[in-house]
Design a protein. Structure first.
Length: 412
């Protein structure tokens, strides 16, 4: 265990990225943004007790993670390019459709929709990420022109650094609804009116973009992810180490790291996992993995983490909260739209507790450090059922942390 690991164990509470940044700045006595990419990667690995290879694979092999990082990394790159040219680029935080402001012009930054790109044509998706799920449901799926940023700034390439700067009045419209912006849209890369045309933003100077500043080298600390995103590890990790980008780590990466470590544990013990469809039972998408028991029978497992806000730290009476419902739908007994799992969807719930949570829970409950991964397997018969829809699992499982220990998955 190195000195930072010792410091981490005694200072960390929940492991959110804002806390990780604060702890890092105290320990290294400098801003997290000034730390090298190697140190940033090692900090995340220390927090989750994983290797750089684990971190790299979680980013590169889960599109949900890499897509999120891709967009935020472009914002970091754009800010860097503006800084190099001494352009005052104002960042807007929070859940807003406006990403940056330059010379009082509002900008929305977008990375390409790869499946829509072709030779000489780049595609971007601009529809709303909340509300209506498709254009079939409502025209509000699309952004209104009046509500959009003054300019769309769309990435074309990092080397050479090229963006399309398109005024919202020139964005393609939905055919049947001319007041709404088309998504996905298709733009000509070689159009000089928008290709790197920063004059539209009242920038009169000649812009300078250094060559080979962004391209991955042969010594990247996240080699697979860098190759996938065509960007140095430095910019990927910078994007993660921004408090306003908390969703990357807190709501995205930690969950996939949890699954990665669980599967890695099974593999290390020679335990084969099977896809949920192997059982031939209904609703296979409602469980995460399948194992075989000693009788060669398929057993289904759902994997969840903790809901920290609902966890109560109260000494020996400490209670964990595990949200045991789907992320979408309503709490009812509808055959397809309910958020609630049926009692027939799986046989066991695996509750994964990562090192920061394990440590805090152990300190409060047992007065000792326990900075390790802990997985607990709770059979369906022990889960709380919904008080009205008794054929379904309750939305949350509240379990005494002391009692939870009887379900610990150990080496045996």
């Amino acid at each position: 265990m190195n000195i930072f690991d010792e410091f981490l164990i005694t200072h960390i509470y929940g492991g959110r990225i804002s806390e990780i940044i604060d702890i890092s700045e105290i320990f290294f006595n400098k801003k997290a943004s000034d730390l090298s990419p190697e140190i940033k990667a090692d900090i995340l690995c220390s927090v989750m007790r994983i290797t750089r290879d684990d971190l790299d694979n979680v980013i590169a092999k889960h599109p949900e993670v890499s897509r999120t990082i891709k967009g935020h990394a472009f914002e970091v790159v754009f800010d860097s390019m503006m800084s190099i040219n001494n352009i005052n680029c104002i960042e807007l935080g929070g859940d807003t459709d406006i990403d940056r402001i330059i010379n009082n012009y509002t900008l929305q930054l977008k990375t390409p929709y790869i499946n829509g790109c072709s030779y000489g044509i780049v595609s971007y998706k601009t529809h709303k990420t909340h509300g209506a799920k498709s254009q079939m449901e409502s025209v509000d799926y699309y952004h209104k022109v009046d509500d959009f940023a003054d300019f769309l700034v769309g990435l074309v390439s990092y080397e050479p650094f090229t963006v399309l700067i398109v005024p919202k009045t020139a964005l393609p419209r939905v055919l049947e609804h001319p007041n709404h912006i088309q998504s996905p849209m298709y733009l000509n890369i070689d159009n000089p009116a928008i290709n790197n045309n920063f004059r539209q933003l009242d920038i009169k100077q000649k812009m300078y973009f250094p060559a080979n500043l962004l391209s991955p080298t042969n010594n990247e600390c996240l080699p697979i992810s860098s190759k996938l995103l065509q960007l140095k590890s430095d910019y990927i990790l910078r994007a993660i180490f921004i408090k306003n980008n908390f969703r990357i780590w807190d709501m995205n990466m930690r969950g996939f790291i949890r699954e990665h470590i669980l599967l890695k544990r099974f593999a290390a013990h020679g335990i084969k996992t099977y896809p949920p469809t192997v059982t031939g039972l209904e609703r296979p998408d409602k469980c995460d993995l399948v194992l075989k028991n000693l009788n060669n029978e398929y057993i289904r497992f759902q994997v969840k983490g903790l809901t920290w806000n609902g966890t109560t730290l109260d000494g020996i009476d400490t209670t964990i909260d595990c949200e045991s419902q789907l992320s979408r739908g309503r709490v009812n007994d509808h055959p397809t739209q309910s958020r609630l799992y049926k009692v027939t969807d799986f046989e066991n719930l695996i509750i994964a507790v990562d090192p920061p949570y394990s440590n805090t829970l152990s300190i409060h409950t047992f007065k000792k450090y326990d900075y390790h991964w802990n997985f607990y397997c709770v059979p369906m018969s022990k889960l709380r059922k919904h008080h009205i829809y008794t054929n379904r699992v309750a939305s949350h499982q509240y379990i005494s942390y002391k009692e939870l220990q009887q379900y610990l998955i150990d080496s045996f």
